[in-house]
Write a protein that binds this ligand. Structure first.
Ligand code: FCB
Length: 469
C-alpha cells in the first residue's frame, strides 16, 4: 500500500474550513457509575447476552473521564481547529428529569475550558445515543414526553456551556437510533417493532426542531444543527425489483430525514410503504421539524447497495472493504454532497464523521495503518471534488480520535487514529494521526499563504483607490 503524502493533496481548502476529530461520550468516557452518573440504555444493552460481539461493556472504555487532559493534548497536538464530542445525558441529569448532577456538569465544563485553553473549538453533541435508562423505563423516545425532557436538557447544557461552544448538534444519526435501535434491534434499546421505530424517528426530529427553537429563544450564540448518517443508495442490478428496493431505501435513509428537515414533509412513497406503521403526527409538528438550521452534519462511511433478493455481497464489487466489512467508496461522498446541494436548500455542511476500522500493525514502537491513512486522504479528496463542483462545505472531521467501544462490535473494531492499549490505557498516535498532523500543517501553510495573498490584494486595491482619488 503506497502512503499518501500531504503534497498529494494540494487542494487549497478555504481559510475558514474547519478541520476536526470526533468522539462520543459512551464510547470513550468509562466512569459508568461514577460521580453520580445514572445508567444509559447502552449500559443496560451491554448486559444482554449476545448483544455485544466480544461480550464487553463500556464501564471503563478509554477511561477518558479521568484522562481527558491527556486526550485534549493529543487533540491539540494534531493541529485541528475543532473537537466534536458528546455529552452523556445520564451523567448530567441521571434520571432524565429531576435533579441535575453538578459533578457531571463540572466534567463537561472542564472539558470545554480545556479545549478553549488549547485553542480548539468545542463542537458539542447533545444526543449520541445514550438516553438515560430511567426514561427508557417510561417508554424512551417512543413517548412524546421524552421530546420535552430533551428540550429541558438542551437548555440546561446551553445555560452551562452555551457561551463557550462553537456548535451544538441535537442528535447524532437519528436513523441509527430509530432503525437499528427499534426496528432491527441490534443497537440499544434492542426493540424490534417498525411502528415504534417510526414513532421514535418522528420524536427525534420533533425534539430537534423544538430544541433549536428553545435554544434560539434563549439567545444561543452557538451554531445549531443535526448530524445525519447518509449514503448514496444504489441498486445492485438494473432489474425493476432492485431499482424499486433501492428507491424505497433511499426514502427511508435519506429522504425521510432530509425532506422533513428541509421541506417540512415526509416522502409520500415511504408514507405509502409504512401504512399503519406511520407515526402519530400532531398539527404543527412538521413545521417545527423544518426549523432552519445553521449547519448540517453528515457522517459518511460507505455507499449502500440494495438487492431485492437479500443482502448484497459486498465482495462482488471487487473493492476493498474495511474491517467492518464496509466497502471503501470515496466517490460516494462526492455524489452524496452534490445531490444534497442540488435537491435541498442546505445550510453549510460538514462531514462530521469519516474514517475506517482496520487492523493495525505494530512495528518498532510505531503503529502502521496505511489503509486508514489512504481511506482518510481519499475521502478528503472526495470532499475537495464536491467543493470544486460548487458545494459549499464548512468542515471535515475524522472518526475517531481514539480506538474506542464500537457499539455492538465492542472493542474488536478499531477506528482510532490514536491506538489505545486497553490493558494499560496507553495512547500511541498511529501513522494516520502523524499523517493528518502533517496534512493539517500543510493546509496551515496554504492558509497563511492565502491570508498574505488577501492582504496583498487588499493593499493593492487601496493603492488603486488612492491612485484614483
Ligand atoms: C457512526 C457512529 C459513531 C461510530 C461510527 C463508526 O455510526 O456515529 O459513534 O460508531 O459510526
Amino acid at each position: 500500500m503506497h502512503s499518501i503524502e500531504p503534497s498529494g493533496l494540494t487542494q487549497k481548502f478555504p481559510p475558514d474550513f474547519v478541520w476536526g476529530v470526533a468522539t462520543s461520550a459512551f464510547q470513550i468516557e468509562g466512569a459508568a457509575a461514577e460521580d453520580g452518573k445514572g445508567p444509559s440504555i447502552w449500559d443496560r444493552f451491554c448486559r444482554l447476552p449476545g448483544a455485544i460481539a466480544d461480550h464487553s461493556d463500556a464501564d471503563l472504555a478509554c477511561d477518558h473521564y479521568h484522562r481527558w487532559a491527556e486526550d485534549l493534548d493529543l487533540v491539540a497536538g494534531l493541529g485541528v481547529d475543532a473537537y466534536r464530542f458528546s455529552v452523556s445525558w445520564p451523567r448530567v441529569r441521571p434520571d432524565g428529569d429531576g435533579a441535575w448532577n453538578g459533578k457531571g456538569l463540572d466534567f463537561y465544563e472542564r472539558l470545554v475550558d480545556g479545549l478553549l485553553e488549547r485553542g480548539v473549538k468545542p463542537y458539542l453533541t447533545l444526543n449520541h445515543w445514550d438516553l438515560p435508562d430511567a426514561l427508557q423505563c417510561r417508554g424512551g423516545w417512543a413517548e412524546r414526553n421524552t421530546v420535552h425532557l430533551f428540550v429541558e436538557y438542551a437548555l440546561g447544557m446551553q445555560e452551562r456551556l452555551g457561551d463557550r461552544v462553537a456548535a451544538i448538534t441535537t442528535h447524532n444519526e437519528p436513523w441509527v437510533m430509530a432503525t437499528l435501535g427499534h426496528e432491527i434491534g441490534t443497537f440499544a434499546p434492542g426493540i424490534r417493532d417498525r411502528a415504534v421505530a417510526m414513532q421514535v424517528a418522528h420524536h427525534l426530529l420533533l425534539s430537534h426542531g423544538l430544541a433549536l427553537q428553545a435554544l434560539r429563544a434563549q439567545g444561543s450564540s452557538a451554531n445549531l444543527g443535526i448530524v445525519l448518517n447518509l449514503s448514496p443508495v444504489h441498486a445492485a442490478t438494473d432489474t425493476e425489483a432492485d431499482q424499486a428496493s433501492a428507491r424505497l431505501e433511499d426514502g427511508r435513509l435519506v429522504r425521510w430525514y432530509m425532506d422533513s428537515l428541509f421541506k417540512g414533509r415526509y416522502p409520500q412513497d415511504v408514507i405509502d410503504f409504512l401504512g399503519p406503521d406511520m407515526p402519530r403526527i400532531e398539527p404543527g409538528d412538521m413545521d417545527v421539524i423544518a426549523t432552519p438550521m445553521d449547519f448540517l452534519g453528515i457522517n459518511y462511511y460507505s455507499r449502500s447497495v440494495i438487492s431485492a433478493a437479500g443482502p448484497w455481497d459486498v465482495h462482488s464489487s471487487g473493492r476493498t472493504v474495511t474491517d467492518m466489512g464496509w466497502e471503501i467508496y470515496p466517490e460516494g461522498l462526492t455524489e452524496l454532497l452534490l445531490r444534497l446541494h442540488r435537491d435541498y436548500p442546505v445550510p453549510p455542511m460538514y462531514v462530521t464523521e469519516n474514517g475506517g476500522a482496520f487492523k493495525d500493525q505494530f512495528e518498532e514502537g510505531r503503529v502502521r495503518d496505511p489503509q486508514r491513512t489512504d481511506y482518510i486522504a481519499r475521502h478528503i479528496g472526495a470532499v475537495a471534488d464536491a467543493m470544486r463542483q460548487g458545494v459549499p462545505m464548512a468542515g471535515y472531521m475524522v472518526w475517531s480520535l481514539l480506538d474506542n467501544f464500537e457499539w455492538a462490535s465492542g472493542f474488536e473494531k478499531r477506528f482510532g487514529i490514536v491506538h489505545v492499549d486497553y490493558a494499560n490505557q496507553l495512547r500511541t498516535p498511529k501513522d494516520s494521526a502523524l499523517w493528518y498532523q502533517r496534512f493539517l500543517r500543510a493546509q496551515g501553510a496554504l492558509r497563511s499563504q492565502a491570508v498574505s495573498d488577501t492582504t496583498r490584494a487588499r493593499r493593492g486595491r487601496r493603492d488603486v483607490a488612492i491612485a484614483g482619488a
